[in-house]
Structures are given as structure tokens and as C-alpha cells.
Design a protein around this ligand. Sequence first.
Ligand code: HEC
Ligand code: HEC
Ligand code: HEC
Length: 422
Amino acid sequence: MTRSGIVAGGLAVAAVIVASALLFTNGVSAQSAKRAPQLETKDDASARPWKRYAGWPARDEAKFNTLGNLASPPPPTAPRKLSAPIDGDAKKGAELVADRNRGGSCLACHTMGPAGGAALPGNVGPDLSELGNAGREDEWLFNYVYDARVYNPDTVMPPWGGHGIFNDQEIGDIVVFLKTLKSPAPYKTELDNPDKRPAPVEKRDNLDPIENPGMWAVDKAQELWKQKSSIGFSCNTCHSEPKETFKTWAASMPKWEPRLNKVLGVEEFVTRHTKATTGDVWLMETDENRAMAVYLRYLANGTPIAIDTSSADSKAAIERGKALSQRKVGELNFACTDCHGKSANHWIRGQWLGEPKGQFDHFPTWRTSLLAIWDIRQRFQWCQVNIRDDELPPDAKEYGDLEIYLASQNDGLKLNVPGIRH
Ligand code: HEC
Ligand code: HEC
Ligand code: HEC
């Protein structure tokens, strides 16, 4: 396809960009003279109003911080005084510490004696199986569970009372139960013991369509590549050798996009470039978008991730992403780094917490437990909803900042897409 062909396509955006690129061809290096890809810049790249995915919990957490907004109540400044000794029900307490509907339960992070032996406890927090021998005061235990920030500003424990997840009576029941814990957990097998449970290893061949059903996306994208839009354009009209042309491109993404004033990832690029060139509307989190995003990253498989980390705009975005990853969000008051930093390489109940390095090179990824492909933005959204936080639309600028920060921590790892994960 020639330049005049693009102009003849009647696309004003293309014409303007080609024209401005031509101005630079004199005396400027070929690199900087490279045309900027056409992008639709006015519309949203995902559905509005954003509606949470079907099957995800329908909670509204507007009272708490999100990645876009600060709203959580401040931490307590002093421990609460108890006017009378705690009168609670240990049996109720035992049920509450294991109740997954209350923020995932205490066993997500602690082994707790007999209760721990039964339920794949995690080891983000200390083993509390013998806490009853530690001589802790009722008032101290009550406050630690109510809102541990009063004693430890850096705690990763959710403020169970401060954020209203348990009421005072329930916390009393939990304290009475904790005081009954006096002997080591009776693990039935080594797997039950989070300190002995081996870290999961992903050994499946993710590029084998039999092992990875997510490979459908590669086939689907190859069809889409040649499928003409209503104005008669396909990707193939302008890019007839995608395997050659895009052999490395995706490994340079995400990147700062001045025309949008935010970080652009592969998925949002697909929406905006497609709209500007073929006229098709492939919003983020639709099958067409997922398939094309998988394909473009698949074409660059084996290429080491090498995003721009040196320009001032990229650096600023990476810094913002880093700050967002440390922001306490949601009802459970977690920062991304509480799990993927401080507690990385530990078990949170039956789930192994990965560290940022290795969390980006395989996206979009087929999830065998869900029979679906998730792109990186959907993964961000789920980590938020799972900690009782309100997610943002996938094209939110905050996710761009988080994505470029994550990509910068994966620098040098080779793309391997579509990945496959539980
Ligand atoms: C996200 C992980 C996490 C969850 C969930 C969690 N804790 Fe903790 N907990 C910790 C960590 C980590 C510590 C260690 C000190 C700290 O970070 O505050 C801790 C410390 C404690 C302590 C202080 C122990 C001591 O003697 O120093 C108590 C008591 C406690 N947790 C009780 C609970 C109870 C009860 C629940 C459920 C209502 C719970 N925890 C849920 C992570 C967690
Ligand atoms: C009307 C022509 C046209 C069509 C149709 C078109 N593109 Fe492009 N595309 C371009 C131009 C021009 C560029 C700028 C770089 C270049 O000169 O190759 C580009 C660049 C790209 C890039 C690299 C972006 C970058 O930052 O360098 C990708 C990936 C891409 N296109 C994918 C697609 C896909 C997928 C489709 C189909 C949905 C498509 N294109 C349809 C003209 C087109
Ligand atoms: C309460 C703990 C917790 C918090 C907080 C949390 N996550 Fe996760 N995250 C998980 C678990 C569990 C998984 C699945 C196991 C794994 O791969 O680490 C996961 C997976 C991921 C993955 C995919 C890893 C992979 O290799 O497939 C990414 C990316 C991710 N989280 C990013 C984030 C971001 C960004 C935040 C903050 C907005 C965040 N997470 C907050 C627990 C958490």
C-alpha cells in the first residue's frame, strides 16, 4: 500500500499524519521520520458506562479509595479502650475466622490451629496456632483485629473493624477464639502446611493449541486481518506482511502517547488504530480486540520486552504507576505491593503470590479455571474487585501508568503469548 493509497482511502486522519511526516523527511533521521500510526483520539476505547463483567461480585465500594479516587476513612489515632472484659463466643469466632465471605477470611494469611489444619491456610502472616500462650491482653488483641494500623502503620492486615467488615461483637468472638489457640496446627499432609507447600510451576506448552485453547485468538485474528470493513479496508490493505512488519513491535508496548496524554497499551492501540483506519469498532474487552491483541503480541514472541523508560514522559508515567501500586485501596485496604511486593512468594490461602517480574510477559493469558482469555487490564480489574475495590474502565489512564510500571519491571523478559495460567 502506498501513501497515496492511504490518502485515497479518504481518511482525513491518515492524510494529515502522512502530510506532517513528509515535512520531516528532509535532514531528519529515518527513525524520527517514521509515520505515527493513525489513532482515533476522541471516543472512549471501552464501553461506557463501564459495567462490571457478568459473574463478578456486584459490590459497590464507593466509600473506599480506588486507583482513581481517595475516599477511605483515616486510620485510628489511638487504640480503643474496652470498658469491660470481652464476653464472646469462641465457637462463633472459629466460624468467623474461616468465613470466606468476610474478605477472604483470616486463614487466607494465618494458620490458626485446628481450623488451619483443615483449609489450606496461607502464610502471609505469622502462624497464630499458639497465640493463646502468648499472654496478649484482650484490649490489645481487640485493637489489633479491629484496626492493626493503630500499632503498626505498615501492616498489611485489613482494618476489619475500621472498615466495617466485622462489628465489635464479632471481633469479641474472634478474640475469645484466638485465646483458645494453644497447640501447633495438626496438618494432615505437607500440602496443608503453607511453609512446606511447593510453589506452583507452569509447565504446559502454551503455544500448543491442544494444551492452550487460548490459541483460538491467533486463528481468529488471522481471519480478522483480512476481513474487510464496511468502507472496504482491512489490516491487510496496509499491512500485507504482518509476520515481518510486527516481529518486534509489541515488545515496545505500552508507551506514552502524546495525542492521548496517557500511556497506550496494545489493546487500546487496537481499538483506536482500527477505528481510524478500517472504521471497525473493536472496543477493549471484546473478542475481536482480545484476539488482535493476542496476535500482535504473539507475532513478537521471543522478543525481549524493551519499553521506553528514558523519555521524560515515560519516566513520569512509571513513577505514577509505582505510586499507584503502593496506594491502599478498597474495603480491604490493600496496595498491589502488599501482595506482590511485601508478601510475594507466599501463599494467600491456596493461591501463590507472584512478584511483578514474570507477571507481564505472558499476557493476554488463557485462564484454565475460567475458560477465557484475560488481558492485563482485566487482570488489574480482578485484583481490585477481589480486594473489594471498585475497578476502573480498562482504558483508564491509571491502568496505563500501572501497566508501564509493571512492564518496566519485566524489562528483558521475552514475550510468550498467549500465556496459560490457572
Ligand atoms: C492479608 C493477610 C492477613 C489477613 C487476611 C489477616 N492477617 Fe492477621 N496479620 C497479618 C500479618 C502480615 C501480621 C503480622 C504483623 C502485621 O503485619 O501487622 C498479622 C498479625 C496478626 C495478629 C498479631 C499477632 C501477634 O501476636 O503479633 C493478630 C492477632 C492477627 N493478625 C489476627 C488476624 C485475624 C483475627 C484475622 C481475620 C479477621 C487476620 N489476622 C487476617 C496478615 C493478615
Ligand atoms: C489505511 C492504512 C492502514 C490500515 C487499514 C491499518 N493500518 Fe496499521 N498502520 C498504518 C500506518 C500508516 C502505520 C504507521 C507505521 C507505518 O508506517 O507502518 C500503522 C502502524 C501499525 C502498527 C504499529 C504501530 C506503531 O506504533 O508503530 C500496528 C501494530 C498496526 N498498524 C496494526 C494494524 C492492524 C491490527 C490493523 C487492522 C485492524 C491495521 N493496522 C490497519 C496504516 C494502516
Ligand atoms: C490480596 C492480594 C492481592 C492484591 C492486593 C493484588 N493482587 Fe494481583 N494477584 C493476586 C493473586 C492471588 C493472583 C494470582 C496468583 C498470581 O499469579 O500471583 C494475582 C495475580 C496478578 C497478576 C497476574 C500474574 C500472572 O503472572 O498471571 C497481575 C498482573 C496482578 N495480580 C496485578 C495486581 C495489581 C496491579 C494490583 C493492584 C491494583 C494487585 N495485583 C493487587 C493477589 C493480589
